[in-house]
Design a protein around this ligand. Structure first.
Ligand SMILES: Nc1ncnc2c1ncn2[C@@H]1O[C@H](COP(=O)(O)OP(=O)(O)O)[C@@H](O)[C@H]1O
Ligand SMILES: [Mg+2]
Length: 397
């Protein structure tokens, strides 16, 4: 089910946005609109939908409209046109009181600069969102303690923000957001101010927490590695327009434009892609009961030196043409005695693991899914292509 539904949002900044809406609906560029009207095109015709329980990443360079978009979700910004539906509720139609409730209960925000109060303790900061909701002191402090513990800050409750490192301050920000029990977490460049190592730790922690929490998280970043690491889906913005939307694999394997391509250049592809992307579905599978003569005939027809053998849907092993010939010469009824073990790896194995396996041995490798189900054979050519796109395949597929 989708939790947040954004439908054809336009945002024009300036004194008379409605007047320039028609222009924005045409294909005038952001630059030309600014020149002609002194209005800034913040967002143009953005539609997307965020699934409940997913991490949705909005990515783009500075000024591409990321913050403008996320602020529409809790209506810190009003759209010039378009609709935002959260949990089936049209956010734009909410009255003042409803909106206040909605902001406090449905969404919480984590900011890039942490947004902590310097003269309040870590505990008071973490309890802040609950204080705003009118939760009694004892109760809100209990809850804040619980969340500080969850983010690894149990011993720091009585300290003040400036006594903490950046990473720890952002953990307080995260605890504060989580303490409100809001189902949606909005994180605007929440990790961008942190050192790379700390940043990675925070990403890991967020992924860990998410396993338990299953929140709907909208995460903004300008860093593609971070986007690929965290996102179930990623939306890429440029000059207020949605350039591409999809899973990390979609974006990595089929970049929509050169702009997306430039983002991809420095990405560590092996961390995102998995064995499932480098599978050749086998055109021939045998079973333990296949007769040797038939196996030989089929393998020769396809010019295969070997074929995977299944036991039901599970992978049993591999049969070589030589072994099949032996079975035939010895008059064996089926190939079962000639089947030998075949190296295999799960389809979820990262391409980095796949590479390790391929370097370690030149034997064929099968790829299996849930319950050892045979999916296909690992293609060395496909692995090469995924790791070094554009260089072209070295052997035929
Ligand atoms: N309040 C505002 N008034 C005028 N222009 C704005 C305002 N907020 C944002 N913009 C413009 O909208 C565009 C998108 O900004 P923003 O959403 O902050 O980008 P990002 O978060 O991706 O860096 C920029 O061109 C910015 O200058
Ligand atoms: Mg921003």
């Amino acid at each position: 089910m989708s939790k947040i539904e954004v439908k054809n949002i336009y945002k024009i900044f300036g004194p008379h946005p409605a007047k320039w809406l028609e222009a924005a609906r045409s294909d005038i560029s952001k630059e030309d609109l600014l020149k002609r009207s002194r209005h800034t095109l913040g967002l143009r015709d953005i539609s997307l939908s965020v699934e409940e329980g997913s991490i949705y990443v909005i990515m783009g360079l500075s000024g591409s409209g990321k913050s403008t978009l996320i602020r529409h979700f809790n209506r810190l910004i009003e759209p010039t046109a378009g609709q935002i539906v959260v949990d089936g509720v049209d956010v734009v139609s909410l009255g003042k009181r409803e909106l206040e409730q909605f902001r406090q209960k449905t969404m919480s925000m984590v900011f890039q600069r942490f947004g902590l109060f310097p003269h309040r303790t870590v505990l008071e900061n973490a309890a802040y969102g609950l204080a705003v909701q009118g939760v009694a002191r004892a109760q809100r402090e209990d809850k804040a303690r619980y969340w500080l513990d969850q983010v690894g800050l149990k011993e720091f409750e009585e300290q003040y923000p400036d006594q903490l490192s950046g990473g720890m301050q952002q953990r307080v920000g995260l605890a504060r957001a989580l303490a409100t029990d809001a189902e949606i977490l909005l994180m605007d460049e929440a990790f961008s101010a942190l050192d790379p190592l700390i940043r990675r730790e925070m990403q890991d922690q967020l992924l860990q927490l998410q396993l338990k929490l299953n929140k709907t998280i909208v995460f903004i970043t300008h860093d593609l590695d971070e986007a690929l690491r965290l996102g179930n889906r990623i939306a890429i913005l440029k000059d207020g327009e949605l350039i591409q939307e999809g899973t990390p694999e979609d974006i990595l394997l089929n970049p929509a434009t050169e702009y997306v391509q430039t983002f991809l250049q420095d990405v560590n592809r092996t961390k995102v892609l998995s064995a499932s992307h480098a599978v050749n579905p086998s055109r021939l599978t045998l079973t333990m009961r296949t007769r040797p003569a038939l196996a030989i005939k089929q393998m020769r027809a396809l010019d295969y030196a070997f074929a995977p053998v299944l036991d039901g849907k599970r992978l049993a092993g591999v049969l070589t043409v030589d072994a099949a010939l032996t079975a035939e010469q010895e008059g064996q009824r089926d190939i079962s005695r000639q089947v030998v073990e075949l190296a295999s790896m799960p389809d979820t194995a990262g391409l980095d693991e796949v590479l390790v396996q391929l370097v370690a041995s030149d034997q064929p490798v099968a790829v299996t899914g849930d319950g050892d189900k045979f999916i296909g054979m690992l293609s060395r050519a496909k692995v090469m292509e995924l790791v070094t796109p554009g260089i072209g395949s070295i052997e035929s597929r």
